[in-house]
Design a protein around this ligand. Structure first.
Ligand code: ATP
Length: 478
């Protein structure tokens, strides 16, 4: 039985494990670190790739109706004018008059107006004041004494070319979605696609976030997995329901505890003005339920805006159907769009938190252990191959040959001969490696190895010739 890890501790313990084992490091750490920027280390990069690869597999490779795209991060500035990002992609920024932290008004702790709250002022003196009509307090010190809200645009700008002038201003994309809209006809025509179909993309996005908290949950440079699914108006409600269910199930299939997941429909006042509906897939993070992914019915808003701004028709033309309004052929229309938009780096955090477990010492095991119960498909290393004794060259040579065989089959495996076997198992448990293969004297005599299962530490003997197949089946079928 694993012991309950206290909610407050969980995040700190995970951050420390991430550094210790090489999942995530603070960016530019030797220079004091850069706030809200992170580097993915040897295990982190594998985990992130597995998350995005599994997304790609389920959204593109295993479907007839979705294709991929890898677009440029910097796009024509008119794209952001037409999409509304230049004018409206902003968060309400507020400054606390006591601790001078700047934070997002819409994410601040809510409190009933008029409630008396006690907090420390700039001189650290305890004071009491009422919550103002806006109904929130400083997210850091709890003070209700706040500046006016100011719209703060989240896009990073830079210049294309040697002259830093206004005409040369370009932006780092704050989402991947717009590239799917502006390439809509390119993809549809070159691939001869029929509605309904989707365009999927995985890539970096950039937002100059006001409040960066909770490790990689919210960072300024992050990775998204987005898909725009173009449908005929009228079929949009059905597809919206379909994608909500499919996207929630994806996290469950990859091992996230369903009791830590929920779909939350947006309230009317939360809904973007163009959206007909939106639901978030939320995960129960240590600080409470929070967004992992948004699934929105964006109507024909984006295509219409780009059509108007570019002057290029982005309609679907169906020569075999009559326009239901005029009765004339062909039927021309702008498709509606259902968008499942997920954060890859945010999903990495959810997978790590959900997998993190501590086992206390027991009668059979005097040391407790930390184990990452990652689903084998997302686990960075699938199998570790460990010679029992480092000094025995016959064992190390055999173990190296086995690990090479795994590599030859495209299974990411790891060879480790350092320290005692117990320590090596413990390292692999912390890395989330589901299977360890131990090579010993018996291996040389009868061509068998011990396979140890991460979750229950059970061990059994298997034929070396079966090892690749056994691991592959367990990874693919679990
Ligand atoms: P939030 O309300 O958390 O700021 P959002 O609703 O603005 O997010 P979207 O624009 O819908 O987010 O982006 C889709 C997904 O991209 C989000 O569900 C989230 O997983 C991820 N995402 C957005 N902003 C960030 C960020 N700054 N850091 C990491 N992931 C992010």
């Amino acid at each position: 039985m694993s012991q309950e890890v206290s909610v407050d501790d969980r995040m700190n313990k995970l951050v420390s494990l991430c550094k210790r084992r090489g999942f995530v490091f603070q960016s530019s750490e030797i220079y004091g670190g850069l706030k809200s920027c992170y580097d993915y280390g040897p295990l982190g990069v594998e985990l992130k790739r597995n998350v995005t690869d599994n997304w790609w597999r389920s959204m593109v490779h295993e479907r007839e109706d979705v294709v991929g795209l890898d677009a440029s991060i910097i796009m024509h500035p008119d794209v952001w004018k037409a999409s509304g990002h230049l004018d409206g992609f902003s968060d309400p920024l507020v400054e606390c008059m006591d601790c001078h932290v700047r934070f997002r008004a819409d994410k601040a702790p809510r409190m009933e107006p008029g409630t008396e709250v006690t907090f420390r002022d700039a001189k650290k003196k305890k004071v009491t004041a009422p919550v103002l009509d806006r109904g929130y307090v400083c997210s850091d010190c709890g003070s209700p004494r706040l500046s006016e809200e100011r719209a703060f645009n989240l896009m990073f700008s830079t210049h294309l070319g040697p002259v830093a002038s206004e005409e040369n201003t370009v932006y780092l994309r704050p989402e991947t979605a717009q590239a799917m809209f502006v390439n809509f006809l390119n993809v549809q025509q070159s691939y001869r696609l029929k509605i309904p179909f989707g365009i999927a993309q995985v890539g970096k996005s950039f937002r100059n976030e006001i409040t960066v908290r909770h490790f990689i949950f919210r960072s300024c440079e992050f990775e998204q997995m987005e898909m725009e699914f173009f449908v005929e108006p009228g079929s949009d409600d059905e597809w919206f329901e379909y994608w909500k269910k499919a996207r929630l199930q994806w996290y469950v299939d990859l091992g996230i505890d369903p009791s830590n997941l929920r779909l939350r429909p947006h309230e009317k006042d939360e809904l973007a003005h163009y959206a007909k509906g939106c639901s978030d897939v939320e995960y129960r993070f240590p600080w409470g339920w929070d967004e992992l992914e948004g699934i929105a019915n964006r109507t024909d808003y984006d295509l219409r805006k780009h059509q108007e701004a570019s002057g290029k028709k982005l309609e679907i033309i169906d020569p075999n159907r009559e326009d239901p309004n005029t009765g004339k052929r062909p039927f021309r229309y702008l498709p509606y769009v259902i968008e499942p938009a997920a954060g890859a780096t945010r999903a990495v955090l959810a997978f790590l938190l959900d997998a993190y477990d501590e086992e206390p010492p027991s009668e059979t095991r005097k040391d407790g252990r930390v184990v990452l119960r990652l689903h084998p498909r997302v686990a960075p290393i699938k199998a570790a191959v460990l010679p029992l004794i480092k000094k025995d060259e016959n064992l190390t040579a055999r173990a190296r040959a086995i690990v090479k065989e795994f590599w030859g089959h495209g299974i990411n495996s790891f060879y480790d001969e350092k320290d005692s076997i117990g320590r090596r198992y413990a390292r692999q448990d912390e890395a989330g490696t589901p299977f360890c293969l131990t090579v010993d004297g018996q291996t040389l005599e009868e061509e068998t190895v011990t396979i140890r299962y991460r979750d229950d530490m059970r061990q059994e003997r298997i034929e070396v010739s079966q090892a690749v197949d056994i691991v592959r089946k367990k990874v693919m079928e679990s």
